[in-house]
Design a protein around this ligand. Structure first.
Ligand SMILES: [Zn+2]
Length: 201
């Protein structure tokens, strides 16, 4: 099981069970993953520990208890909360989209803003080329495509013909190689694949 970011891994002296190497965290090798990172033996790559990244709730709790590192991380925790609140407000607006004309409806996704296409500031939803909705996005925020599509399906029922995740559908997968497949599977199962383009079937 992963240790908390706020455990004493930073000052630990490690002993490798496999090759008996011993040393500090700064001497060990680190391998980052999506939700955690590994501390490995620099000699034989044997695993020494698995550390979870700090969560917003954890940072708050630790900061309250006076942990100086957590206090320094509070602006980050507050930014995460602000972004989540905005996103929740946006999702409420999503349920009030107009009753567009036409027997069938189709929507496309686009990314907007930010310096890195993999981490757009906004995820934009367009209906026939016109923006109808946007919400805060970010690195690996691909699940929003499935969530928003589900909401469109709930709202428009069988009138919803297709949804095209477009380029942003690929960009938002980030390092999560299973994401593409998840979006693809969802579109196929919900019968929402676009008629043309890379997301068609
Ligand atoms: Zn070792």
């Amino acid at each position: 099981m992963a240790q908390s970011h706020f455990s004493d891994w930073q000052t630990e002296t490690w002993v490798c069970q496999r090759c008996q190497w011993s040393g500090s965290t700064s001497e060990a090798s680190m391998e980052p993953f999506d939700e955690l990172f590994e501390i490995n033996c620099p000699k034989c790559e044997g695993r020494l520990a698995v550390i979870a990244y700090a969560t917003e709730a954890e940072v708050r709790e630790q900061a309250k208890a006076g942990n100086p590192e957590a206090i320094e991380m509070m602006p980050w925790a507050e930014a995460v909360e602000r972004k989540r609140t905005t996103k929740e407000e946006c999702r409420r607006l999503l349920t009030t989209l107009p009753d567009f004309d036409g027997a069938t409806l189709s929507f496309t996704f686009e990314g907007d803003g930010g310096h890195d296409p993999m981490s757009p500031e906004w995820l934009v939803l367009k209906h026939q080329g016109t923006e109808v909705y946007r919400e805060p996005s970010g690195f690996e925020a691909w699940r929003a495509i499935v969530d928003i599509s589900s909401e469109l399906r709930r709202r428009y029922g069988s009138r919803l013909a297709w949804v095209d995740p477009g380029e942003v559908g690929y960009a938002l997968q980030g390092d999560d190689i299973s994401a593409n497949l998840s979006i693809e599977r969802y579109l196929a199962a919900a019968r929402l694949c676009p008629p043309t383009g890379s997301w068609s079937r």
